[in-house]
Design a protein around this ligand. Sequence first.
Ligand code: HDD
Length: 678
Amino acid sequence: MTEDDKQRQLDAHRVDSDGTRYTTDQGVRVDDTDNSLSIGERGPTILEDFHFREKTMRFDHERIPERVVHARGAGAYGQFRVYDDSLAEYTVADFLTDPSQVTPVFVRFSTVAGSRGSADTVRDVRGFATKFYTRQGNYDLVGNNMPVFFIQDAIKFADFVHAVKPEPHNEIPQAQSAHDTLWDFVQLQPETMHMIMWLMSDRAIPRSYRMMQGFGVHTFRLVNAQGKGTFVKFHWRPKLGTHSLVWDEVLRVQGNDPDFNRRDLWENIETGSYPEFELSVQLVPEEDEHKFDFDLLDATKIIPEEEVPLRPVGSMVLNRNPENFFAETEQIAFCTANVVPGIDFTNDPLLQGRNFSYLDTQLIRLGGPNFPQIPINRPVAPVHNDQRDGYHQHMIHQSRTSYSKNSISGGCPMTGVGSGDMEGVFKHYTERVDGNKIRKRSPSFEDHYSQATLFWNSMADWEKRHIVSAFLFELGHVERRSIKEKVVEHLTHVDQDLAAQVAAGLGMPAPSGGTPNHGKSSPALSQADQPHDSIATRKIAILVADASDAGEVEAVRQALTDRGAICEIVAPHEGEAGSLTVDRQVSAASSVLYDAVLLAAGQDLAETGDAVHFVREAFKHGKAIGVLADARPLLEAANLPSDLGVIGPDSASALADQFAQAIAGHRFYDRDVAAFSA
Ligand code: HDD
């Protein structure tokens, strides 16, 4: 089975209403769906109106329960291909070892805390869940854009989610971690500290789903043909680099375009700018399980890349949008227990609990045990077993037996052992386990601070500033003083300087005590160290007016689009500005929806409040600003406090390269904008 097979499978379920006639669900043609059946024109509606009753019954049942977490998301189809067969030494997973195979995938990106209708750009973890439709069955890699998790044991998940979700009495706040119950959970559960550092960092406000990393989080196990295991961590790295928004911008994007990340994914796939992610693995021989200063089974820990380098193994391209959000993105059902031969679990207590939870949640969400038959969930590998019946069974099983072993059906469907054919059979990894039945966390899970410190130490100065501001925003929304104090106390075990800065902002005395900083860092954790070499798909606003020099504008536009950027002409009015076609009127545009701005109009826009605000706001958010020679008056009207990342005023030919370079750098975080108001 191949990518085409998945396509054919989906095709078989596609319904197109083009050229069709309206019918009931029973296939009876309907004469009119605007007026219910009544006695006389002004008389009562009658029960006999089966069309009205069916239509309304269907409407009343349209919604299914939203996901209890990760309710808000967006998905896309794509394909995965491994580079070579070098992993064959470690795993029998076909899709990870056969470079001739193109494995179809569906990826769903999501936020965690918000409801289905919440805004995209909130401070939150992003889900990054991939379903690989492999020849050996479906494999789900249900990861996040952060490599660690809040808790170590799945039994705490319900508590954590209850704490981060809106508070129970008034259901406030929506999609926000800035409230008492989350921080109360944090202060009482210091195992959250490493993840909290990630959550307070810019990783929690990605510029795009296409520009964030993905992580399998847990240590999994690869298993080879001899049954030998190798520990593995999975990483996705975006081809476009890992970039974020800035917090003040995020707050404004939420109002300007609540679908910011969803729209960005959709539009780029529609226009053929296909998001691409490289899959890498970190491999640890079983013999090395105990050589680290943390436990590999603890999901609040990373394996620093400097200790175990990433090994790139394959690439995933997302190249097709779903056709129907509900049928595909809403009904896709991921489960960490969906593994294929060659991939197995470890005893990570978070992973073990997830393996139960996902299957269980699909039963309530998708209304019964036959959800794997929904087109988006169907494997391309053939499915045969004796599991039958249940709500919404789509198959018409022909066999006279539904038990195993049987003789009536010739023993079919046959197990590996029954048939003697063990090709492609999933064999659980053999692991010896001895121990008492206990409820107790391993002492090897006890260090909650060292890697939080590692993360802090690895940050660039601007990343540290953003983390401090995030703590102040979040704790600033916490009402109970005792909770804030306790969080600051935890921070003294991460880094004294961090704790002191947060304490100062909260008006608390400089904290004492704490743990000395170990001084280690992992440069790979900083976004400053991610690639900044492309402007592909960046959105650039070109501010023009009727008198703008179209030749100069076209020259810069060409230079930017040649490098893959997307330019939009923004002007005081719709229609034409001179010979330039306007994409957006300035008062209907907002700088927060763009990555950079080119000023291409002078006096006319210098007198337009919206345009001046546009420029100042872009500056405040660290964006590159290109200035054509004629636009000097607009630049002067904007009265920016520095020229860092402001390119020009100059001619198109003189500024284009430098402007493009500035955009590739993403943001000028070192601008002093603390006291600058847009
Ligand atoms: Fe989970 C959904 C990721 C821990 C229980 N989780 C869900 C999704 C992602 C993750 C990306 C959305 C999938 C989709 O798009 O449909 N979850 C994670 C990661 C975790 C994690 C990376 C830690 C490493 N999750 C976790 C625990 C539990 C759950 C410990 C329960 C014990 N997660 C669920 C769930 C969800 C879910 C309730 C909600 C909807 C769904 O599964 O299908 O079962």
